[in-house]
Design a protein around this ligand. Structure first.
Ligand code: ADP
Ligand code: MG
Length: 682
């Protein structure tokens, strides 16, 4: 028997060339080959008679060749072979393009099994390029469910199929990691059977059952990993914070905290008193006041003699946090310092020294905070803002600068409960579902192109009142394929032809980091009236003077994303507006966008988005640190995800730490999955 870790070159017919081709599909070993699952199946099990064949419904049939195949050379590179076949119910004309195989193999008077799709109409039916094999051959390409594999140049489906079959013949599939009891309860195939059946199912039902098993397994391993992480953390110890009276901090605030903020802070202080590292996510809509929750946590750390680090995704956000935190803390004798990449070496060195010798209690910064040379004297709490902008690896690197520090993650992306469970299964969650009082909602309108003059007039009016506007475009540059506004071109158009007298600025993702920061900072200083931008402005910069956001071709964005963008306005005292434009007349699209005009509840919008678009948006490029699921398609498999989650949570609790073969296999699988996801285990 061969091993799963043996190279594919062990197989007959697989030499260095083929191995190289397989490598393009990330297939190096027999195990990789066995885990290279079909992306779909073709049901070739239906065996009909010629008279029963229907147009556009592929099927198999048994028929005899009624004449000697005739090949016509049409032109260079095009040979047509025609042959007539029949059974006792009827006759059929077959045509093959450039098929040497058909010419060589089809014999007058012999019977074959064909598989193909009938074409034509009453004026004449026919079939082009059917697949065929001898009646008495083993079913390889006909009379079976045909797996369709993801392929690459040089590797045909037949080659792949053959290789996988060989691998399964000389090598046992991966070992079972799902306990018998769970397989029975959820009707899940065993590993041995599933790995074979997924490649060679007898029926579509069997293929589906095998697919279900693989998805379940994938979710199970992932959920188990999260549970194990949680369990591992519960075993870590840290000194509980004894001082948890935050009233001096509360008294410094210029406002009363919302009920939701108070609740989140209470949950955090309880965590901090437990003697186990906190691992908490604060999820709250834009403007729900997450910064003050973070500040409260940092205050609690400070009065217990511990340092905190608050990491923001951009310099300008870090500066904003620094400004608001130091204005609160400086008068209380708590020192806040800023550390960002653009500071001079000398400035950075001074801050790092102060962190190392403990003169600074709270450090606010960007990636500079996690660089090698930053050393904390006593880092007790790590806070990351706008979590999804950070790789989980970065988060864990910051954590490693202290001894089992508490971790607080803040996210402004409202995530539906089901997905939150998946993405943050290892975190406790506090939700800020309340906005500070007196905040007016952003009035949102959906308009068509005919409103352009009115939109322009409205922009002018806002600017005349001393306010600023955002204009968001879906693309950076003009793109032939797409009929959408590009930020670069639109900014120029607005400046040259529409608002020559206004100051138009540009901000997009292809600009360098420093350029982006500079553009944003200039806008915040009111050095421009209108900022034409792409979605890069989505992440939290506060420009309270901006009262209008125009989103061009709004149908190009996801609802949650639009909501996130809209959160950039309505941050000041003046009434704010959001105008969505679209050329799209699709009723569903219109309905989707109208939903946004009606509600400002981020969670409700996220649920709606999930229903309409599936979770791709949440798991797309905007999120990092999640393992990629090979089989699972989250838009369809959420039900299975819930089952797997239940099953794994229960099982981990009962037997996860046992020394059984299954538990051990599961743990090593978890390790592999999470090492691929780079540091998700913290
Ligand atoms: P988030 O980060 O959740 O989007 P911020 O923390 O930036 O929100 O808060 C948005 C604004 O609301 C800030 O100007 C902040 O000072 C203010 N704020 C926060 N909490 C309250 C409150 N309880 N009452 C009034 N204003 C508040
Ligand atoms: Mg914020």
């Amino acid at each position: 028997m061969a091993k799963l870790t043996d190279p594919v070159t062990l197989l007959r017919g697989v030499g260095p060339t083929r191995a190289k081709q397989f490598q393009a599909l990330n297939i190096d070993t027999l195990g990789d080959l066995i885990c290279h699952f079909p992306r779909g199946y073709e049901d070739r099990t239906r065996l009909l008679q010629v008279a029963q064949l229907e147009v556009d419904k592929p099927a198999c049939f048994r028929a005899m060749v009624m004449n000697t195949p005739r090949t016509n050379h049409i032109r260079k590179g095009l040979d047509l072979t025609k042959v007539q076949v029949a059974d006792h119910t009827g006759r059929l004309n077959l045509t093959f393009f450039n098929s040497k195989y058909a010419v060589e193999h089809l014999e007058y008077g012999k019977e074959y099994i064909f598989y193909g799709c009938l074409t034509g109409d009453y004026s004449g039916y026919g079939m082009t390029n059917p697949i065929f094999e001898d009646v008495d051959s083993v079913a390889v390409t006909t009379r079976r469910v045909m797996p369709i594999y993801p392929l690459t140049a040089g590797v045909s489906n037949a080659v792949m199929l053959k290789a996988v079959r060989q691998a399964l013949a000389i090598c046992d599939p991966p070992e079972e990691i799902l306990p018998e009891e769970i397989r029975q309860r959820y009707g899940i195939l065993g590993a041995e059977e599933a790995y074979r059946v997924i490649h060679e199912p007898d029926s579509m039902e069997q293929a589906e059952a095998a697919r279900k098993r693989m998805i379940f397994e994938e979710f199970f391993v992932f959920s188990a990993g999260l549970s194990l992480m949680r369990a591992a953390r519960a075993e870590k110890r840290t000194a509980p914070y004894a001082q948890r009276d935050l009233s001096p901090f509360f008294q410094r605030l210029p406002f009363t905290l919302t009920g939701a903020q108070q609740r989140a802070i209470r949950e955090i202080t309880e965590d901090l008193g437990k003697g186990v590292p906190m691992n908490r996510l604060v999820q709250g809509d834009v403007g729900s006041g997450k910064t003050m929750v973070a500040a409260a946590a940092a205050y609690c750390a400070a009065i217990n003699g511990c340092q905190s680090a608050l990491m923001a995704p951009t310099e300008i956000l870090a500066e904003q946090h620094y400004a608001s935190l130091s204005s609160i803390f400086a008068p209380m004798g708590i020192t806040v310092a800023l550390l960002t990449g653009s500071m001079t070496q000398k400035e950075k060195k001074a801050v790092r020294e102060a962190l190392e010798n403990g003169e600074v209690q709270i450090a606010v910064g960007t990636h500079a905070l996690i660089s090698e040379s930053t050393v904390f004297r006593n880092l007790g709490l790590v806070i990351t803002d706008e979590q999804h902008r950070f790789g989980v690896g970065q988060r864990s690197r910051l954590s490693s600068k202290g001894e089992a520090p508490h971790l607080l993650v803040m996210s402004a992306t409202p995530i539906p409960r089901t997905l939150a469970l998946l993405m943050y299964g290892d975190l406790d969650v506090s939700i800020l579902d309340e906005l500070p009082p007196g905040r007016e909602t952003v009035d949102t309108f959906l308009v068509s192109e005919s409103y352009r003059p009115r939109i322009n007039a409205f922009i002018r009016k806002q600017v005349a009142q001393g306010h600023q506007c955002f204009v968001v475009c879906p693309a950076v540059e003009e793109n032939d394929g797409l009929d959408v506004k590009s930020a670069t071109v639109w900014a120029e158009t607005l400046q040259k032809t529409v608002f020559p007298d206004l100051r138009i600025a540009l901000l997009h993702g292809q600009m360098k980091g420093a350029e982006k920061e500079a553009a944003m900072a200039a806008f915040a200083r009111q050095e421009a009236d209108v900022l034409v931008a792409t979605t890069v402005i989505e992440v939290g910069v506060d420009v309270p003077n901006a009262t209008l956001m125009v989103i061009e071709d709004a149908d190009r964005f996801g609802l949650s994303q639009l909501h996130q963008l809209r959160g950039r306005v309505g941050r000041g005292k003046s009434k704010s507006y959001c105008i969505l434009t679209t050329h799209n007349r699709n009723p569903e699209t219109i309905q989707r966008l109208k939903a946004l005009c009606k509600t400002t509840d981020g969670f409700q919008i996220a649920e709606e988005d999930l229903k309409l678009r599936g979770p791709g948006d949440f798991f797309g490029s905007r999120q990092s640190g999640l393992p990629a699921f090979r089989m699972a398609d989250l838009s369809f498999d959420l039900g299975l995800l819930k089952q797997a989650q239940q099953a794994s949570a229960q099982w981990i609790e009962e037997e996860g730490t046992q020394d059984t073969p299954e538990a051990n296999a599961l743990r090593s699988r978890v390790a592999v999955l999470f090492s691929r996801a780079e540091g998700t285990m913290n």
